[in-house]
Design a protein around this ligand. Structure first.
Ligand code: SF4
Length: 305
């Protein structure tokens, strides 16, 4: 049976069997996600009162449960301007490309900007670097919506998006000023490696560490958990970049790491003969949901078939 849930979100049960389930203290939704969810529900409630439409440009957050719940309340997730009719448009927490936001405003859509303030920061820096004529190195994933949004604020063709320090060698040597920013969810060591390569090649390098604390805190805790646990469960969207990074970090230290989106994916055999079970969740996974998975594991192991 479940014995306790402490303030540190550690669940301990079956003490006689020396079995413990630990949840990382900060596992789950960051403030940007909590804010976006709140704005999403407020917009959905207003639209239902006014009998108007509400759209989310891209998934509001990278969590399928929340997106499904918002859909049930009338929020339609769209991927293109063509799918948007009259009504309110929520801008997702990872931001939207500047020309798209402009076009929506010009068409008369009411905009609810759920872009995380920490994503707005690299957008603003990129815009300023574009205006000042910098060559931009954006350390991150070129296909991620956040990165596409940030680049749209830069607004010039002279940029490189990479994780790879060697890629810096492709930047022409006649470039005079280089600016570096990071996707909010990357690992600090990845940013540092690119910075080091750029500083070796160019004299003027302006470095902006735009990595979000929420990400680094969760990554540090994931390492601590992975060092202690016999098996790990990471909860979060399979489309969530920060959750996938947690999985990667955990798996490097503890190969018995499983990435799940919901309780239905849990398998009893993962925990057989394990004494210490760790649970963590990406910054886009509501806290309650991470805790619920801890409880479901406890249930699963307490009730054999
Ligand atoms: S992980 Fe950081 S940047 Fe992303 S939504 Fe959360 S607080 Fe904002």
């Amino acid at each position: 049976m479940l014995e306790r849930i402490s303030a540190k979100r550690t669940l301990a049960f079956h003490p006689n069997q020396d079995l413990e389930i630990s949840i990382a203290p900060n596992a789950g939704a960051c403030f940007g996600v909590v804010r976006a969810i709140k704005l999403g529900y407020q917009a959905a409630n207003r639209a239902s009162r006014d009998k108007s439409a509400v759209y989310s440009f891209g998934p509001l957050i990278h969590n399928p449960h929340v997106v499904r719940e918002l859909k049930q309340r009338g929020v339609r997730t769209v991927e293109s301007q063509e799918e948007v009719g009259a009504g309110t448009v929520l801008l997702r927490s990872h931001g939207v490309q500047a020309p798209i936001e402009r076009a929506l405003r010009e068409r008369g859509n009411a905009i609810v900007d759920a872009t995380c303030p920490l994503v707005k920061k690299p957008q603003r820096i990129a815009q300023s670097m574009g205006e000042k004529g910098y060559f931009l190195i954006l350390v991150g994933d070129a296909n991620h919506p956040e990165v596409k949004g940030v680049l749209s604020y830069f607004g010039r063709p002279n940029y490189l998006v990479t994780y790879d320090p060697h890629a810096v060698e492709s930047i022409p040597l006649d470039v005079t000023r280089v600016g570096i920013i990071a996707q909010t969810t990357i690992e600090l060591r990845v940013l540092n490696a690119v910075v080091e390569a750029a500083q070796k090649r160019f004299q003027e390098v302006s470095v902006n560490n735009t990595i979000c604390d929420a990400t680094s805190i969760r990554q540090t805790e994931a390492v601590q958990l992975a060092e202690q646990a016999d098996v790990l469960v990471v909860v979060g969207g399979k489309n969530s970049s920060n959750t996938c990074k947690l999985v990667k970090i955990c798996r490097e230290l503890q190969p018995d790491t499983y990435h799940i989106e919901d309780e239905g994916e849990l398998r009893r055999e993962w925990f057989s003969e394990k004494k210490k079970i760790g649970v963590t969740g990406g910054a886009s996974t509501p806290h309650e949901f991470v805790d619920l998975i801890g409880l479901k594991i406890a249930d699963l192991l307490s009730n054999p078939d």
